[in-house]
Design a protein around this ligand. Structure first.
Ligand code: PMP
Length: 435
């Protein structure tokens, strides 16, 4: 069984002539088989050859309502006919900020940006300006975007580069990061409460922030263990450190109010992108009046030409209205839970050792784990290559999810019970290929 893809191939060949590796984001590069997608509608995408896939990648998460959602698109069309961008505030910014504040516990003030990368970059600056300190803690395997400050020990760092559990090394993920900023980022093992406490006690005087993915959504949606987020909150309170909840993946997805609602722990700052605007570029930094109040024209900078643009805010106005006022997230939870459970059953029946993580809206499974997976080091002990073979077999059967199990399956309000059934049938068949 294999897909016929001559047109896709031809387009990818053209793409390689004009873009390094034929893509505009390294994460989209799949070697010679790099897809070119021409259409998305609801829960499905089609490649250039017309091959249709049930889509569980959802553009790395944003498409919470399904592709080409009509209500979202109509709102944008209505908005852009009156212009897209002004050198002034627009009512849609106010409307969306009001809604975010209503939906998200802990958010009293909001500023907009355009991507998750920008949001975490701004949040770190605000935290530094607020505390007068420069260093910050992040957790191994957590990913906070492409800017230099945070690209250390993320989900592509090899095990050998991480150092010991007791004394993790912050390993740069790419060439091109200035050596001068390396010491500013301190990595701690995710879910390692004892290690976190020890490092904070030792270094708090230099710490502006602790930034955390409340569900580790870049290492297969590993859940925070009981008390872990609460400990971060407590340590930040005790030592005047700004807690940044990076809700770029969890926000408006795992609950209306994201992780702060789901776990009942508020950051001082929250960063949002992805599901906020169903695939249109918008991000937000939200937080307490006290910390957001650090922003001050001429003194503490936040902004950008496209911040709060009319396309992103119109998309967010429609998306958040649907998420706040309909049962879209409950549907995602119900149907996604059935999918998650079904996957576990199929793998168990096939006699394949696995470890399933996350919540119905974003989850992942690792094959042949060597230990109980609770952090990035555990992820690297699983058989990621076998997982990739399963994903390839699923794609041939019309189901697309990320071949690398570190990136979760995302579930949208457009995925139907029938999609779930078809996915499980495909999996029943595909598991035979990896025995
Ligand atoms: N934070 C988290 C938790 C993310 O998952 C991502 C992207 N996957 C980012 C930040 C960066 O977002 P963007 O790709 O929009 O810059």
């Amino acid at each position: 069984m294999s897909l016929t893809t001559p047109k896709t191939h031809a387009l990818f060949e053209r793409a390689k002539q004009v873009m390094p590796y034929g893509v505009t984001s390294n994460f989209r590069y799949w070697g010679d088989e790099t897809p070119v997608i021409t259409k998305g509608e609801g829960a499905y995408v089609w490649d250039a050859d017309g091959n249709k896939f049930i889509d569980y990648r959802l553009a790395f998460g944003p498409i919470i309502l399904g592709h080409a959602n009509k209500q979202v698109n109509d709102r944008i069309i209505q908005s852009i006919s009156n212009g897209t961008l002004f050198a002034h505030t627009h009512p849609l910014e106010i409307e969306v900020a009001e809604r975010i504040i209503r939906m998200c516990p802990g958010v009293e003030k909001v500023r907009f940006a355009n991507s998750g990368t920008e949001a975490t970059m701004h949040a770190l600056r605000i935290a530094r300006a607020h505390t007068g300190r420069e260093k910050f803690i992040k957790f191994e395997g957590d990913y906070h975007g492409f800017h230099d400050y945070v690209l250390f020990s993320t989900a592509t760092t090899p095990l050998g580069a991480l150092g010991s559990r007791r004394s993790p090394i912050s390993a740069p993920n790419t060439s091109g990061i200035p050596a001068a900023i390396r010491d500013l980022c301190i990595n701690v093992v995710y879910n390692d409460s004892e290690g976190l406490e020890r490092i904070v006690k030792d270094k708090w005087q230099d710490l502006a922030a602790i930034i955390v993915e409340p569900i580790a959504g870049n290492i297969g949606s590993i859940m925070p263990e009981k008390g872990f987020l609460e400990l971060i909150r407590k340590l930040c309170d005790e030592h005047g450190i700004v807690m940044i909840m990076d809700e770029v993946k969890t926000g408006f997805r795992i609950a209306k109010g994201g992780a702060t609602e789901y776990f009942g722990v508020k950051g001082d700052l929250m960063t949002y992108a992805k599901s906020i605007a169903n695939g249109y570029p918008l991000a937000a930094i939200g937080g307490s009046e006290k910390v957001m109040g650090t922003i001050e024209p001429g003194r503490v900078a936040q902004g950008g030409t496209y911040c709060g643009n009319g396309v992103g805010t119109a998309a967010a106005a429609a998306t958040l209205e649907i998420l706040e006022t309909t049962d879209a997230l409950e549907q995602i939870n119900q149907r996604g839970a059935r999918l998650m459970q079904g996957i576990g059953e199929v793998l168990t029946e096939a006699g394949i050792e696995h470890s399933l993580h996350g919540v119905p809206g974003m989850f992942s499974f690792f094959l042949d784990p060597q230990e109980k997976i609770r952090d990035y080091r555990g992820v690297l002990g699983a058989n990621l290559e076998r997982g990739e073979r399963l994903a390839a077999a699923m794609r041939e059967r019309g189901v697309e999810y990320e071949p690398d199990a570190r990136e979760p399956w995302f579930f949208s309000a457009a995925h139907s019970d029938q999609d779930v059934d078809e996915t499980l049938n495909a999996l029943n068949d595909a598991v035979k290929t990896i025995k």
